[in-house]
Design a protein around this ligand. Structure first.
Ligand code: SAH
Length: 343
C-alpha cells in the first residue's frame, strides 16, 4: 500500500527522506511541487532520478479528474464535479467577489447530519475526504479556472467537524508558507453545531471564522429541521459559541436560511436576536434555495425585510447573503453527491 504524500507536512516528508538516506532539504522542494499540482514524481525535475523512483515506490500523488464544469451565465460562478481515485464524486464551487475569489469546498462524500432542507444530506454519508482531497479542491479549482483563490469556505458537502482530524490537517496544509499560503483569517468553517468538538477547536486557536448553521432559535423548530440539535439543544449551542468566542476572541457567525412559515416569524426574529447577543454572534441571513426533493419555500421579500428590521432594531449585526450560481445549482444547500456514473 502506497502512502498519500500530499496529506503530509514538510517535516513528515523530511522524516521519510532521512530513512531513505536523503538530505532533509529536499522535503521543502517536494512539498512545493505537490502544492503546485504535479501529478507524478517525474515532474519534479530538480530531484535526482533515483529519488524520484524511490518516492514513487512508497507514495502516490492524489489527482482528481474534473468530469464536469458548469459556469453560471449570471455571475460567472463555477461548479466542478470531480472524480476521486476510488470513483466517488464531489463538488466544489468557485465564486468571484470584489475582494477576491472564494472556493467553497466539500469535506465529506455525502453527509450524515440529515438536515431537512439540504440536498447534501440525501443519500447519507459515504466517506470522509482525506486532507489531500480537500487541498486538491482548492488547488485544481485554481489551476483549472486561472482564478487566484484568496478565500476558502468549508460550506460544501459534509460536516467538517465530523471529519475533524483530516480537516485540521487540510487547514495546516493550505495555510503553509511553502504551499498555497492562504491565511486562516481568509478561511471559514461551517458546522451544524457539533458542540462537543468546539473545545478541541478553540484549543488550536486558529484564526479562522467559525460559522454556525443555526436556522432556528428555538428547540422545537431546530430539532425538526436539524437532527443534530436533538440531544444538544440551542441553549447548549449558544453557550458553546460564547465560550468559543471568549477563548479565541474570534466572533462567530450564525447562518440562518429563511424558510417561509417555518423559521421566519417576528417571535423567532426576537428570540434569534437574544441568541445572537448571548453568543456575541453576527447573523447572516440566507434566502433559502429551492431543492427539488424538499418541500420548503423561501420566505417572501416582505417577511425577510421585517425579520431584518427586528434584528437591526435590537442592535444585532445582520447581513443578507447574496446568492450566487443559482442557475447551475451551485448555491448553499444545493450541492449533492452525484453518482460516479455521471462521468
Ligand atoms: N455541515 C456544515 C457545512 C455545510 S455548509 C453545516 O451544516 O454548516 C452549507 C450551508 O448551507 C449550511 O449553512 C446549510 O445549513 C446551508 N443550507 C443547506 N441547505 C440549504 C438551502 N436549501 N438553502 C440555503 N442554505 C442551505
Amino acid at each position: 500500500m502506497k502512502t498519500d504524500i500530499k496529506s503530509l507536512l514538510p517535516e513528515e516528508i523530511s522524516q521519510v527522506l532521512s530513512q531513505m538516506s536523503q538530505p532533509k532539504y529536499r522535503a521543502k522542494q517536494i512539498f512545493s511541487w505537490l502544492h503546485r499540482g504535479v501529478s507524478n514524481f517525474e515532474e519534479m525535475t530538480d530531484l535526482p532520478k533515483s529519488l524520484r523512483e524511490g518516492l514513487d515506490e512508497r507514495f502516490f500523488i492524489s489527482c482528481p479528474k474534473a468530469i464536469r464544469k458548469q459556469v453560471s451565465e449570471r455571475d460567472g460562478t463555477i461548479k466542478y464535479l470531480w472524480r476521486l481515485a476510488d470513483g466517488n464524486c464531489i463538488e466544489t464551487v468557485v465564486m468571484s467577489y470584489k475582494h477576491g475569489n472564494t472556493v467553497c469546498i466539500s469535506s465529506q462524500v455525502g453527509c450524515r447530519q440529515g438536515c431537512a432542507f439540504c440536498a447534501s444530506a440525501i443519500g447519507g454519508l459515504v466517506r470522509d475526504l482525506s486532507p489531500s482531497e480537500m487541498l486538491d479542491e482548492v488547488l485544481f479549482s485554481q489551476l483549472d479556472s486561472g482564478m487566484k483563490i484568496t478565500n476558502i469556505v468549508l460550506m460544501g458537502i459534509g460536516e467538517p467537524l465530523d471529519n475533524f482530524d483530516n480537516v485540521i490537517r487540510f487547514l495546516e496544509l493550505v495555510n503553509h508558507p511553502h504551499g498555497l499560503n492562504i491565511g486562516m483569517r481568509h478561511i471559514s468553517l461551517s458546522t451544524c453545531g457539533l458542540t462537543e468538538k468546539f473545545d478541541k477547536l478553540a484549543e488550536l486557536n486558529l484564526q479562522l471564522t467559525l460559522s454556525i448553521s443555526l436556522h432556528a432559535p428555538d428547540d422545537e423548530t431546530r430539532s425538526r429541521l436539524m437532527p443534530a440539535n436533538r440531544g444538544r439543544g440551542v441553549d447548549e449551542l449558544v453557550s458553546a459559541c460564547r465560550s468559543y468566542f471568549e477563548r479565541t476572541g474570534r466572533r462567530i457567525s450564525f447562518e440562518y436560511a429563511m424558510i417561509s412559515g417555518v423559521n421566519d416569524s417576528p417571535e423567532q426574529a426576537r428570540l434569534l436576536a437574544e441568541r445572537a447577543k448571548d453568543a456575541f454572534a453576527h447573523v447572516n441571513l440566507i434566502p433559502l434555495n429551492k431543492v427539488e426533493e424538499r418541500s420548503f419555500l423561501p420566505s417572501s421579500p416582505n417577511d425577510l425585510k421585517q425579520f431584518v428590521k427586528i434584528l437591526e432594531d435590537k442592535g444585532v449585526n445582520v447581513t443578507v447573503r447574496r446568492s450566487l450560481g443559482g442557475d447551475v445549482n451551485a448555491s448553499c444547500g444545493q450541492l449533492r453527491r452525484t453518482a460516479a456514473k455521471e462521468g
